[in-house]
Design a binder for this molecule. Sequence first.
Ligand SMILES: Cc1ncc(COP(=O)(O)O)c(C=O)c1O
Length: 396
Amino acid sequence: MRRSMAARAIASISSRLSLTERMASGHAAGDWIRTAKGRDVYSGMTTAPTSVAGARTARVIDLRSDTVTRPSEEMLKAMAQAEVGDDVYGEDPTVAALEARAAETLGKEAAVFVPTGTQSNLVAMLAHCQRGDEYIVGDCYHIYRDEGGGPSVLGGVSSCPLPTNDRGELSVEAVAAAIKVDDPHYAMTRLICLENTVHGHIQNRITTHRIGELARSHGLAIHLDGARLMNASIASGQPVRELAQAADTVSVCLSKGLGAPAGSVLCGSAGLIRRARRARKLLGGAMRQSGFLAACGLYALEHNVERLADDHRRARLLAVNLAAFERLTVDLAATETNMVFVTPLPEHHGPLREHLSGDAILTGAQSPTIRLVTHLDISDDDIEQVLDSFRRFYRS
Ligand SMILES: Cc1ncc(COP(=O)(O)O)c(C=O)c1O
């Protein structure tokens, strides 16, 4: 019975309905529906993004983020065949296998599987810090800017955000100056948070190493938000465990470029991961038969790391071709991995996105610079179609 429900869920996730099918279904999110082709799908997972309503073509090319991928047939097979148990009892062999594999890959002693990157960062913060402690962080990093202030709200941990350079890097000198002396007036500096990649930029290894040394010399720890660390590794040719070396804990997302439907792994020493597990339970992130999700994560680590090079190549192809458009500014240096940043003239921003959306091409909503992200579900043909759509916009 449990398997058949899983198979049903799998069918819903995997279904790649055409836009026309999705729009024609007209169902509210949350309904089970039968499509014209006789497939049972959960409409909550397949409803067309509203911004492509009225699109001229059926297949959606979604460049908003690498989080939008759907699991491949092979990944779903691995999911359906997963051996599972109750992971809260520590009895799920697939979760255990994923954690062991992640720890090994990242060169750390242990790992814990968590539902999201946000929770992975948060449990790391709670493992490192007590109430009244403080963490130093780049002011554009996800953990500081995009996670609801979780460490402060839930952990009583205050932040010391520092500006970064245009590649998202902290200055070693600024970090050194921000470390507080032990004085009752001040929060206790406990942790330095890094990120790699930052908005697609691979972080400088020497700077990371120097911040690591600085941290050690002050008895501080380092947490690395490596949501896209595999992208940094593949694009730079540096082994991922070397990129994680300076960090006491490192979080890697399985649900971004690696293509799993959910999940992140936090890796670190056995002691820190034990504390992170306690925090995960506290936050409601300990799951039961999560081996079904861990199987996707294992599949992703085994099959979807090397292929990130394809995403990077496609991003480059897109960036280089878009740079040729006179009325579009493309920061070519910013495309180091799978992200492309284009700035149209202010008066073109809305009409351009609308035109692309009419061709069922979804782009980031950022303004004035639009972000385009390549991923597992973007092919060479898609890149050609995107370029063609840009050409038609600028020709008209
Ligand atoms: C750099 C970075 N860290 C963490 C996260 C959080 O991941 P999740 O959306 O799984 O919570 C994201 C999400 O986009 C991210 O880009």
